[in-house]
Design a protein around this ligand. Structure first.
Ligand code: PEP
Ligand code: MG
Length: 590
């Protein structure tokens, strides 16, 4: 964070650098102060202009210098790769090198510059478009996917060209960088975990999109749905990100900067204070113990889980192990990842969700998005359609179950035959391990996610056949209200307090409690302080959230009396008037 920026060094308002404010949806609290770093996609960025006959040679030289620069960058990447980097990383660099050396990219753009007398960036992007069109014609899904590699190599060359010209200075320290992007895919976002940026803002995305969820897990201030940030902000501009209120201030003046620095320091003090609750038992005033568990995406997130004082892992989104690579992880590699988490948690429960691919998370060459990805071949539907892949994962999880306390969680179940088929697949994986003489935890429990309204409205078969339930409120809201959670144009209609949503949640909790099977919430509502008391009032006793949210939720639990909140929660459930509902929620949280 640029808390060190001295307001005295910030001009009040320098000509051409007017201060302005943009609003979006805050997805991760706190204040970040830093310099903008624009992350772009090639097509959006490129200008088109004619050049004179006399400039053709120097334009071609500029292009060739950029190709040389990228060649050097790829060599550097290869030599500086850490020894524990996945093997695919090396293959990926080789593929990029081959693409770079191919005449279609290293030579044809130069011919285009000469023939059309256009700038180098434009010639390159024209050639990229024509290559991508050719790739689109290819039948083989794997080869077709290689078009993404072509685009990435082109982006590298473009970046190198901008770097040789009048590129604005990019701050050298990551901690001072605020990433500004039109859109970031969940797969790209997960790559940012290796960095320590100060904050993120994106033009697209809803607050419960997977991009936002991963941004939240990075525990740095972030805003999505800014609409025009990418086009209004220039590289290197000073930014303040207020991730709680969703406010972005560009080129702040001295007073505003000083005010936000102060606010940032206060928030940090509060955060440190909350950390003291790490070992405190999460118990309501009337003595009821509440389970506060954590969500993770990758094995390395476990350190944060332990640091947060979570009693277990309520959701391990295992599909993130499958992103950003050209080959699927095999059984042994998956086993290692699950074993690592199981052992690190030292006997505390670890809930591994089976693959939830599809919708906004896809793997290279494997998945056609379909006309409506959120309603398509996603999650358990995809796994049941790819039995070999599913067996590999189930065997890996079962093998790891010897090393800790694992639970299996199945996403997006809606039909009773899906439950039957899933249980049959688990039985098959167990039988194959038995045949191989491999040990596993024979009493491993199997739970289902309730994230489709159809599931919440037909819980009988769920509670009869499964050991526990976990409510995925992100999807339950998306599917109940018919709001694509990744689409910021309808995000104002994505309402966790909608009576239909609350009825489905409270009904699921009540049904599970009556049937005496555990029920948790692992969607974003579990980490939202505004609804903690409401959910406790509905009878929820198990929450799973980002580790960073856990201390504040624990504090709220410690300050809550269940008999008091139960009555108000029941009144909220009875009202269909949004105004009244808000009033009652304020009363509940007072
Ligand atoms: C959910 O839908 O609430 C959930 C926890 O799963 P995901 O966000 O990964 O879809
Ligand atoms: Mg979900």
């Amino acid at each position: 964070m640029l808390n060190q920026v001295d307001p005295a060094d910030v001009p009040n308002l320098v000509e051409g650098e007017a201060s302005f404010t943009l609003h979006g949806a805050g997805v991760s609290g706190g204040i970040a102060i830093g310099h903008a770093h624009l992350v772009s996609s090639a097509r959006l960025e490129v200008a088109h202009y004619d050049i004179s006959e006399t400039d053709v040679d120097s334009e071609i030289q500029r292009f060739e210098a950029a190709v040389t620069r990228v060649r050097w960058e790829l060599d550097e990447l290869q030599t500086s790769m850490p020894s524990n980097a996945p093997a695919e990383m090396g293959t990926f660099i080789d593929v990029h090198r081959m693409i770079l050396e191919d005449a279609s990219l290293s030579k044809v753009p130069a011919d285009l510059i000469r023939a059309r007398r256009c700038n180098a960036e434009w010639a390159l992007v024209q050639q990229m478009d024509s290559l991508v069109a050719q790739f689109n014609e290819i039948e083989d899904a794997y080869l077709r996917e290689r078009q993404a590699d072509v685009t990435q190599v082109v982006e590298r060359i473009l970046k190198a060209m901008l770097g040789t010209g009048h590129a604005p200075s990019i701050p050298s320290h990551e901690e001072d960088v605020i990433v500004v992007a039109h859109d970031i895919s969940p797969a790209d976002m997960i790559l940012f975990k290796q960095h320590r940026f100060a904050g993120f803002v994106t033009d697209l995305g809803g607050v419960t999109s997977h991009t936002a969820i991963v941004a939240r897990s990075l525990n740095i201030p972030a805003i999505v749905g800014m609409h025009h940030a990418r086009s209004l902000i220039r590289e290197g501009e000073l930014l303040i990100v207020d991730g709680r209120d969703g406010v972005l201030i560009v080129n702040p003046d001295k007073q505003v900067l000083a005010e936000y620095q102060l606010r940032g320091r206060q928030l940090e003090i509060e955060r440190q204070k909350l950390k003291r609750l790490r070992t405190t038992l999460a118990q309501t005033i009337d003595g009821v113990q509440i389970d506060l568990e954590a969500n993770i995406e990758l094995p390395q997130d476990v350190d944060d889980v332990i640091e947060s004082g979570a009693t277990g892992i309520g959701l391990f989104r295992s599909e993130f192990l499958f992103l950003n690579r050209s080959e699927l992880p095999g059984e042994d590699e998956q086993f290692e990842a699950y074993r690592q988490v199981a052992q690190a948690m030292k006997g505390r429960p670890v809930t591994i969700r089976t693959l939830d691919l599809g919708a906004d998370k896809s793997i290279a060459g494997e998945l056609k998005a379909g006309p409506n990805p959120a309603l398509g071949l996603r999650a358990i539907r995809y796994c049941l359609a790819e039995p070999q892949m599913f067996q590999t994962q189930l065997r890996a999880i079962l093998r790891a179950s010897r090393y800790g306390k694992l639970r299996l969680l199945v996403p997006m179940l809606a039909h009773s035959q899906e439950i039957d088929q899933t249980l049959a697949a688990i039985a098959q994986a167990k039988a194959s391990l038995d045949a191989d003489g491999i040990e596993y935890d024979r009493s491993i429990t199997v739970g289902g996610m309730v994230e489709v309204p159809a599931a919440a409205l037909s819980l009988g078969v769920f509670v009869r056949r499964l050991d526990f339930l976990s409510i995925g409120t992100n999807d339950l809201i998306q599917y109940t209200l018919a709001i694509d959670r990744t689409d910021d144009t309808v995000s104002h209609l994505y309402d966790q307090m909608h009576p239909a949503v609350l009825h489905l949640i409270s009904h699921t909790i009540r049904t599970a409690n009556r049937a005496k099977i555990p029920v948790a919430i692992c969607g974003e509502m579990a980490g939202d302080l505004a609804v903690t008391r409401l959910l406790l009032g509905f009878g929820l006793r198990q929450f799973s959230m980002h580790p960073a949210q856990l201390p504040a939720i624990k504090q709220q639990v410690l300050r809550t009396s269940l008999p008091e909140v139960k009555a108000i929660a029941a009144r909220i459930l009875r009202t269909s008037d949004p105004h009244r509902s808000r009033q009652l929620l304020d009363k509940l949280n007072a």
